[in-house]
Design a protein around this ligand. Structure first.
Ligand SMILES: [Zn+2]
Length: 201
């Protein structure tokens, strides 16, 4: 039964996943293994349509534990994620400090921040700079009143956030390609109303 509290966007994506639910396990495993090959060697925006399709497939695959069944071999460059044994495809989200690099397949921690390697310092600095901007969207009444003009403060935070996200995708994410065959970065912030198209390529 549909959950009445489900957000419209979640309902939409659940509808999208229907196509993969019609795949049998072998078809799904093969589609994902082939798509991982196409993803290899590049940094991907979270909003990219190919990544969107892969994320939907990954959710269905995780529910069915496809990767534990060893039905298709992913490209050899992908190691197994410690969280769920799916091929390791890391996502850099703004929750970097708490979650590390997130697993696209199970949304668990695929790589704790301390194990990211050479880029760790820069990523930590990035997250420390981003957190106070994101926090503006969650200011309580007292904090909002203290700002002369809250809407202005929110707009300024969004503009600064767009710049930082552009740096994440353009500069920091590519450095991780030295350690992982493909890397995804979250190119949006719904709390600050930053959309993928707001972030310069
Ligand atoms: Zn996982």
């Amino acid at each position: 039964m549909a959950d009445e509290k489900e957000a419209p966007i979640d309902r939409l994506w659940r509808g999208y996943s229907g196509v993969f639910k019609e795949f049998d396990d072998l078809m799904l495993a093969r589609w994902m293994a082939q798509t991982l090959g196409q993803l290899e060697g590049r940094v991907w925006r979270y909003s990219h349509p190919l990544m969107g399709a892969y994320r939907v497939a990954a959710e269905v695959a995780h529910e069915r534990q496809i990767w534990l069944k060893r039905l298709a071999s992913p490209p050899p460059a992908y190691g197994a994620a410690p969280c769920c044994r799916a091929p390791l495809l890391p996502l850099i989200s703004r929750d970097l400090i708490e979650s590390g690099l997130v697993c696209v397949h199970c949304n668990g921690t695929a790589v704790p921040l301390d194990e990211v390697g050479d880029a760790m310092g820069e990523l930590k600095k990035w997250a420390d700079a981003y957190a106070p901007l994101h926090a503006v969207a969650h200011w309580d009444d007292r904090q909002r009143k203290r700002a002369a003009n809250y809407n202005r403060a929110l707009d300024d935070a969004a503009v600064a956030g767009e710049q930082l996200l552009a740096r994440l995708g353009g500069e920091l994410a590519p450095r991780l390609l030295a350690s992982w065959p493909a890397v995804v970065w979250e190119d949006q912030d719904e709390c600050l109303d930053v959309r993928p198209e707001d972030i310069p390529c």
